[in-house]
Structures are given as structure tokens and as C-alpha cells.
Design a protein around this ligand. Structure first.
Ligand SMILES: [Zn+2]
Ligand SMILES: [Zn+2]
Length: 139
């Protein structure tokens, strides 16, 4: 995408470092995990800088955040799949391959004069192991 690559060239050093890390990791990471991994790679950034840079990347449409059941946020690139079945008990998230709303997104983007960067779709409940465990525990 042309727009994305021209945006990327205008990123600050910290934003580039974080974007690069998200690209390499291929999974969503919390701000704490991003901070820790950069530190492991000898790329020290303050936690406040990590948060601020993530916010900037989100507004540029290059990163997205997802609320985890434990109240933390997981960050990833907007190109990452963002459809999940999430267990409220253990926090496991299973990606969902099917997307029923992509055509809706295109339609809205054309008709609502709103620049849509991404959408998310998430279902909450209990995974099979947790369902089994909770049933075994109840009298
Ligand atoms: Zn579970
Ligand atoms: Zn979708």
C-alpha cells in the first residue's frame, strides 16, 4: 500500500522501532511486552514513550489495540487478523478466519465519508477446557 509506506517514512524513531517489532513478532503484544522486548534488543524506550508511540501509530492507522479480559491492551499491526473467540475465564483468544463484515466495511468507507482503518469482531464466552473445568467444579 502506497499510503502506508509514505506514512511509515514520516514516523519518529520510537514509532519505527515499535512498528518494526510488531511486524517481526507476528502476534499482538501488550505495551509492557513491547517495552521488555525492545529492552532485550538493547533499544531502550521509556514505557511512557511506548504508550505515546502506540497511540500515534493507532491514529495513523498503522496499529490497532484490543482489550484483553484482564483489562490490558494488546497491540498489533492493522493488517493482523482481528477476529477472535475470547474466553472470559482463562483469557485465551482463538482467531476466527471467517469475516462477515468486510463488504460492509467497504460500503461504509465509501458512503459515510469516514476513513476506516480496521474493524474488529470479538465473541466472548468460555472455551471448551474452561467449560469442562467449571462444570466439574459445580456440585
Ligand atoms: Zn478458557
Ligand atoms: Zn473482518
Amino acid at each position: 500500500m502506497n499510503t502506508a509506506s509514505s506514512l511509515k517514512s514520516r514516523l519518529t524513531r520510537a514509532q519505527k522501532q515499535i512498528h518494526c517489532l510488531l511486524e517481526q513478532s507476528g502476534e499482538t503484544l501488550t505495551a509492557q511486552a513491547i517495552y521488555q522486548r525492545l529492552k532485550d534488543q538493547q533499544q531502550m524506550l521509556g514505557l511512557a514513550t511506548v504508550y505515546r508511540s502506540l497511540r500515534s501509530l493507532q491514529i495513523k492507522g498503522l496499529a490497532q489495540a484490543r482489550a484483553l479480559p484482564n483489562g490490558e491492551w494488546a497491540y498489533g499491526l492493522t493488517s493482523d487478523d482481528s477476529h477472535y473467540l475470547t474466553c472470559l475465564n482463562c483469557g485465551t483468544s482463538v482467531p476466527v478466519e471467517d469475516c462477515p463484515v468486510h463488504s460492509l466495511e467497504e460500503k461504509l468507507g465509501q458512503s459515510s465519508h469516514f476513513q476506516i482503518f480496521y474493524h474488529t469482531l470479538e465473541f466472548f464466552g468460555l472455551c471448551a477446557p474452561c467449560t469442562g473445568r467449571l462444570e466439574a467444579e459445580s456440585p
